[in-house]
Write a protein that binds this ligand. Structure first.
Ligand code: SF4
Length: 250
């Protein structure tokens, strides 16, 4: 006999004026189902009005982040069996405006990613033409930044960050990890340009190193470590500016 379990899901339908509510659904329990399977069951079999984001179903696209019992998680990588037989509470990611049900607005996050200039920057006359070939990189140089390139932009780290919850101007964990991804790339020469953003009032110095961003990250990017490394680089850069004012920064 199939056993059932309950999902209590945040509902907000802007076209039907009113406050958000929590709605409980009864679903069949399957030990190989993830939360996304259960939500798809609800959508297909019980209530087609339920709205949420998902795509790859394999922890790569980063689009299915939600709060599960108050913890930011990917719905495609969170198994029902880890909660059964208890009820699961599902809400949109904390700290973001809600568009509808579990769908949050991503604009602020996307702007923060672009603010750190997430691409290789070369100094003037340092670009290579196609005929000159590519900038060669050794495996050791790749290993230097590879961890920070594993980010899937799922925003779980922002939902876990107590600083972002208090002050959404904070540029935040993933954007700083992304800046580090390029700052540590041997082909890049844009650290000083990115420094203006990540060392600003809204940047790395806002972080109090709670570490929840790294605890919830599904890809072990460790944005908390990226922020602390950026603080060290920024401090060294500041001392160089003060002690070597004629500009011998390397
Ligand atoms: S750093 Fe981790 S938690 Fe944050 S957006 Fe990237 S993958 Fe998601």
């Amino acid at each position: 006999m199939t056993e059932n379990m309950q999902l209590e899901i945040f509902r907000y339908l802007p076209d039907k004026a009113g406050e958000p509510t929590m709605q409980t659904y009864e679903i069949p329990f399957h030990k190989d189902w993830v939360v996304l399977d259960a939500m798809n069951y609800i959508k297909n079999e019980i209530d087609g009005t339920l709205s949420y984001r998902w795509s790859c179903q394999m922890g790569v696209c980063g689009s299915c982040g939600i709060m599960i019992n108050g913890v930011p998680k990917l719905s495609c990588a969170t198994f029902l069996k880890d909660y059964f037989p208890n009820k699961i509470q599902i809400e949109p990611l904390t700290g973001f405006p809600v568009e509808r049900d579990l769908i949050i607005e991503m604009d602020d996050f996307m702007e923060k990613l672009s603010e750190v200039k997430p691409y290789i920057i070369r100094e003037e006359n340092q670009e290579k033409t196609l005929d000159e070939g590519e900038h060669i990189q050794t495996p050791a140089e790749l290993a230097h930044f590879k961890q920070y390139s594993m980010c899937i932009n799922c925003m779980l780290c922002y939902a876990a960050c107590p600083i972002y919850a208090l002050d959404s101007t904070f540029i935040g964990p993933a954007a700083i990890a992304l800046a580090q991804r390029y700052n540590l790339d041997s082909r890049d020469q844009g650290e000083n340009i990115r420094q203006e953003t990540i060392s600003s009032h809204e940047g790395i110095w806002e972080c109090t190193f709670v570490g929840e961003c790294s605890a919830v990250c599904p890809k072990d990017v460790d944005p908390a470590a990226a922020i602390q490394r950026a603080k060290v680089s920024s401090t060294i850069s500041w001392f160089k500016d003060v002690l070597i004012p004629w500009g011998k920064k390397k």
